[in-house]
Ligand binder design. Structure first.
Ligand SMILES: *Cc1c(COP(=O)(O)O)cnc(C)c1O
Length: 472
């Protein structure tokens, strides 16, 4: 870990390094490929890393979603799955884990995060209402817009600047939020959609203090605060490290306090909760919860399984408790930071400070000669794959999609290629390979000519769009 990285007093008692609090019991062999094999695979995939077969990938940093390694305790819990249609024992275990860790008493399971986003958007947004949020997330905004909501970005300006070193670049800008609330009027704002950490900004955290101020402003205007808790444990580590007064507080305490300042939360358990599938939605308002519990049956499944097998809920209940252990969170973010510091040391342009779940390369500064219409971040993801079989993901103009009203591209200021690190999966040597490959691609950066889009799906286009090299 780098010399400047603050280490809390509690942490120092244990160890100096971020080394993992586990050992390996089973391995999954990987296939190594040649450059020729990768060229052919990428051509078949239309230069979109989402369309590659995972067998053709060496180190898969496409996403940290559902790609976690479960513990032996979680695998054991699978065997205790109670596959009853109604009232599965594992539902009650999950309910108890969410109450203990996040403090929410009323929840429904969902098949994954977007299932929860769908239910919340349908039940809590009236057509035409504004939905302020600290930067958009792809599936979140899609569901808000499908429900007739109008998303408005109220994140602090620093979030849009990859070079800005502010410790809490996920914070809500209070004056932007107040402007939206006044513009919308008493019935015109559905809720504040708050994510912690903020994925699209590079895994940047929200401070407890900001949430307290946001909560107070929203309370005065009768606007509820709903939290995307997908990566809240990573946010809690940043609060522990960076925010006055939290050095000696545990991750568990910080997570619980954070949630206590919200009116409910939704979760993609495929991230923090160390499982391969699952999610949930919890709200405090009993009337709203009643509606959600009714609607979950239409789209997900009965309210005691929500699209999941009993065994999935069992593994999630165990994963939730493992996810808030200080040693675990510290090693998870420590590994991300290790890779980030290697790249920063090599002068690679990227989002700073290094975020919680991955390294976000700044493709617009990586390829200053490419216009945004030549898809620099998509190009960089393709070049990395060709170089070493590492798979990353575009988080720029392709992911941002089009404005549903005007049909124009959304043009995000951030044009990023994300290397997301799965939890408990890769080693420090794998991170070294990633750094070497990024450096090799950077050394050849002037040769890149960009891409043209040859197929554009209507919704969430980044998943299935196809490209060809520009000028080929
Ligand atoms: C992944 C993700 C979601 C959506 O969850 P899925 O489980 O992929 O449906 C929502 N919000 C954030 C911040 C995410 O990273």
């Amino acid at each position: 870990m780098g010399g400047e990285t603050p280490v809390t007093a509690g942490q120092q008692q244990h160890r100096r390094s971020w080394a993992e609090p586990w050992k390996v019991k089973m391995v999954e062999p990987l296939r190594m490929t040649t450059r020729e094999q990768r060229e052919s695979a990428l051509g078949e995939a239309g230069y979109n890393t989402f369309l590659l077969r995972s067998d053709d990938v060496y180190i898969d940093l496409l996403t940290d979603s559902g790609t976690n390694a479960m513990s032996d305790r979680q695998w054991a819990a699978l065997m205790l799955g109670d596959e009853a249609y109604a009232g599965s024992r594992n539902f009650y275990e999950l309910e108890a884990a969410i109450l203990e860790v996040y403090g929410f008493a009323h929840m429904v399971p969902t098949h994954q995060g977007r299932g929860a986003e769908h239910l919340l958007s349908q039940c809590a947004i009236k057509p035409g209402q504004l939905v302020p949020g600290n930067m958009y997330f792809t599936t979140t905004r899609e569901h808000q817009e499908r429900a007739g909501g109008v998303f408005v970005d109220v994140i602090v300006d620093q979030a849009h600047d990859p070079e800005n070193l502010d410790p809490f670049k996920g914070n809500v800008d209070l004056s932007k939020l107040e402007e939206v609330i006044l513009r919308g009027g008493p019935q015109g704002v559905a809720y504040l959609s708050l994510a912690a950490t903020v994925n699209m900004a590079g895994g940047q955290p929200v401070s407890m203090r900001n949430l307290r101020e946001v909560r107070e402003l929203c309370r005065r205007h009768g606007v509820p605060v709903y939290l995307d808790a997908t990566r809240l444990v990573e946010n809690a580590l940043f609060i522990q490290e960076r925010e006055e007064g939290y050095r000696d507080r545990s991750i568990a305490e910080i997570v619980l306090e954070f949630c206590s300042l919200t009116d409910g939360a939704w979760m993609s358990a495929k991230k923090d909760s160390l499982v391969n599938i699952g999610g949930w939605l919890a709200v405090n308002d009993e009337g709203l919860f009643e509606e959600i519990r009714n609607l979950v049956i239409v789209f997900e499944g009965l309210h005691t399984y929500g699209g999941l097998a009993g065994r999935d809920m069992a593994a999630m209940a165990v994963g939730i408790k493992e996810s808030i252990q200080d040693d675990h969170v510290r090693s998870r973010v420590g590994q991300v930071r290790y890779l980030g510091e290697l790249l920063l040391g090599a002068g690679i342009p990227m989002v700073k400070p290094v975020g919680g779940h991955g390294v976000f390369l700044d493709a617009s500064r990586f390829y200053p000669h490419l216009p945004q219409d030549a898809f620099p971040a998509q190009t960089l993801a393709a070049e990395l794959y060709l170089d070493s079989g590492i798979r990353g993901m575009e988080r720029g103009i392709v992911s941002a999609g089009r404005d549903p009203k005007t049909g124009e591209h959304h043009r995000p200021r951030l044009e990023l290629t994300r290397l997301a690190i799965p939890r408990r999966v890769y080693t420090q040597a794998h991170m070294d390979v990633v750094a070497e490959s990024v450096e090799a691609v950077y050394a050849r950066r002037s040769e890149a000519s960009g891409l043209v889009m040859t197929h554009e799906p209507r919704y969430l286009r980044f998943f299935q769009a196809r490209f060809e090299p520009r000028g080929s």
